[in-house]
Design a protein around this ligand. Structure first.
Ligand code: B12
Ligand code: SF4
Ligand code: SF4
Length: 320
């Protein structure tokens, strides 16, 4: 029986949450499948071209702001979290020298880790072909953080990242949209208060206003998503791939009493070379051996060498 013909009452999520935890997720929250309350902010961001060269984000905008466009008849959005290691890299925090790789990218590619986990949870939700499901992790058109906030997972910090008050922000998000209806969780409250540490610490002023990132100024964008030569004015501040500064300074990630969640074994951090000179000399085979299966390959062999060259260039001429 298709979902639309089946029982319409909201169900208790108790068994669903237990199943998500059994599969290995850290938490699961539920929100109603509606238009995102921040949809207009997203559309303004697109209008202002704050996506730099990420043209792909301008496609499917209606689907991105409303999950019902991806799954007609959708009733619930289930948001799950999967923590990654918060341990500092072998080069230490971003104040220390050495080419740095963001924490999220130091284990196996999370898309690969989360895919079977989400598929397994979808199987549980759909009960054979009784209910329809559609899932997303990062690359699908869905404003994942908006539903994470609505489903009580955490609030969107001024750094633009979802923060869980117990474990901080070192985790990935995944989402399942379904026409099965579950009782929604209580939306998360903002706990940033008057703090502006992330905005003050961002070395490139990419957080142009609280919760709005101009990708064209963000080190994470330059080192991961930008293709071709880096703009002359770009400053990488020793980041070879990604950037963690606006999370490193967040008190919710450093406070005493923060819970250190269990990390999925496949996300255990690897050791990567930290000398940018060494990276510029890597053969293609060596590059594959070191980074295959991790998110770092997204920027490509040439892209990573480009980033290493830029770091070296800026050590010779800091330019500020
Ligand atoms: C495009 C993208 C990027 C781009 C652009 C960043 C950005 N903030 O949008 C780049 C490449 C720069 C990037 C970098 C990073 N990303 Co990214 N990225 C995405 C992606 C694919 C889409 C994000 C998006 O829709 N942006 C659109 C614009 C409009 O977002 P925005 O400016 O932040 O504004 C939104 C909200 O903040 C809110 N908002 C804006 N203003 C206001 C004001 C108020 C008062 C309120 C309440 C809300 C609000 O409304 C807007 C619409 O949602 C998502 C996955 C997904 N499908 O959602 C992952 C995602 C957001 N990224 C993620 C990660 C881990 C990162 C990095 C930390 C990686 C790293 N270490 O280098 C950095 C962090 C940079 C940063 N400070 O945001 C995770 C975040 C997990 C979490 N705990 O929140 C996600 C969810 C991927 C995942 N599935 O886990 N990313
Ligand atoms: S990821 Fe780095 S460059 Fe981007 S907003 Fe955060 S601190 Fe700024
Ligand atoms: S550093 Fe402060 S303002 Fe920024 S996200 Fe964390 S609590 Fe919020």
């Amino acid at each position: 029986m298709a979902g639309s013909d089946a029982i319409r009452e909201r169900e208790s999520p108790k068994r669903l949450i237990a199943e998500a935890l059994r599969i290995g997720f850290h938490s699961l929250g539920i929100s109603e499948a509606t238009r995102s309350p921040h949809a207009d902010r997203f559309l303004r961001w697109i209008e202002k071209k704050q996506y730099a060269s990420m043209q792909w984000i301008t496609r499917n905008t209606q689907r991105r702001i409303d999950p019902r466009k991806s799954l007609p008849g959708a009733r619930s959005v289930l948001t799950v979290t999967l923590p990654y290691s918060s341990a500092v890299s072998s080069t230490g925090p971003s104040t220390e020298p050495g080419a740095k790789v963001a924490r999220y990218a130091r284990g196996r590619d999370y898309h690969k880790v989360m895919r079977p986990m989400l598929e397994s949870l979808c199987e549980f939700v759909s009960e054979g072909d009784r209910w329809n499901t559609w899932w997303s992790v990062d690359t699908s058109p869905l404003l994942e953080r908006d539903w994470a906030e609505l489903s009580g997972i955490g609030w969107i910090g001024k750094n633009g990242i979802v923060i869980d008050h117990e474990i901080g922000s070192w985790f990935f998000l995944g989402a399942i949209v379904t026409d099965r209806s579950f009782v929604a969780s209580t939306p998360a409250m903002d706990h940033c208060g008057n703090c502006t540490r992330c905005i003050d610490a961002c070395p490139t002023s990419a957080i142009v206003s609280p919760r709005t990132i101009d990708a064209g100024r963000c080190i994470s964008y330059w080192t991961i998503e930008h293709r071709g030569e880096l703009p002359k004015e770009s400053r990488l501040h020793n980041w070879l791939f990604g950037c963690d500064i606006c999370q490193e300074v967040c008190p919710w990630n450093t406070r005493e009493g923060r819970k250190d969640p269990q990390i999925h074994p496949e996300l255990a951090p690897r050791q990567f070379p930290t000398d940018p000179q060494e990276i510029t000399h890597l053969s293609h085979e060596a590059w594959l051996e070191i980074y295959a299966g991790t998110p770092v390959t997204r920027t490509g062999y040439e892209g990573l060498k480009r980033n290493a060259h830029k770091i070296i260039e800026q050590r010779i001429d800091p330019g500020e």
